[in-house]
Design a protein around this ligand. Structure first.
Ligand code: ZN
Length: 151
């Protein structure tokens, strides 16, 4: 990977960290899951509205390192509108990218995290949001709520 490309990929992470997409609770969510990564202190909740087999809407909320939060943000943009099976296939690709550093050409923004493979401890940061999303997909249905407080 050239220096320019590395810089470009870092831009994607910085951008998602600075301006997270789909952040906050989703009142219409009918699936919710929480994930945490104690080794780094990252937290991530994923809210999604499953419409049949399709992820009609998704959001995340959490705190932690830049990689975990940027990855969760990017994840929401990638899986929104996809079927559960498509989302799982995307995660498989993403997991391959962060564990091997090799990204297929067509994977685009997800390749921003290829550099993570050099830092094995950070792989859990990068996959936290994805794992929470898959848990939400496979979890039990919850009642959508218009109330946003949960304390
Ligand atoms: Zn982390």
């Amino acid at each position: 990977m050239s220096g320019d490309l590395t810089e470009l990929y870092q831009q994607v992470i910085l951008d998602h960290n600075k301006r997270p997409r789909n952040r906050g609770k989703l009142p219409t969510a009918n699936r919710v899951a929480h994930g945490d990564n104690p080794t780094c202190g990252d937290q991530c909740s994923v809210y999604l509205r499953l419409d049949g087999d399709r992820i009609a809407d998704i959001s995340f909320d959490g705190s932690g390192c830049a990689i975990s939060q940027a990855s969760a943000s990017l994840m929401t943009t990638q899986v929104k509108g996809k079927t559960g099976a498509e989302a799982e296939a995307l995660f498989e690709n993403f997991h391959k990218i962060v564990t091997t550093g090799e990204a297929p050409e067509e994977i685009s923004d997800l390749a921003a995290f290829a550099g993570v493979h050099a830092f094995p401890a950070r792989i859990k940061c990068a996959t936290l949001g994805w794992r929470a999303a898959l848990s939400a997909l496979h979890g039990d249905a919850v009642e959508p709520t218009t109330e946003t407080h949960q304390d």
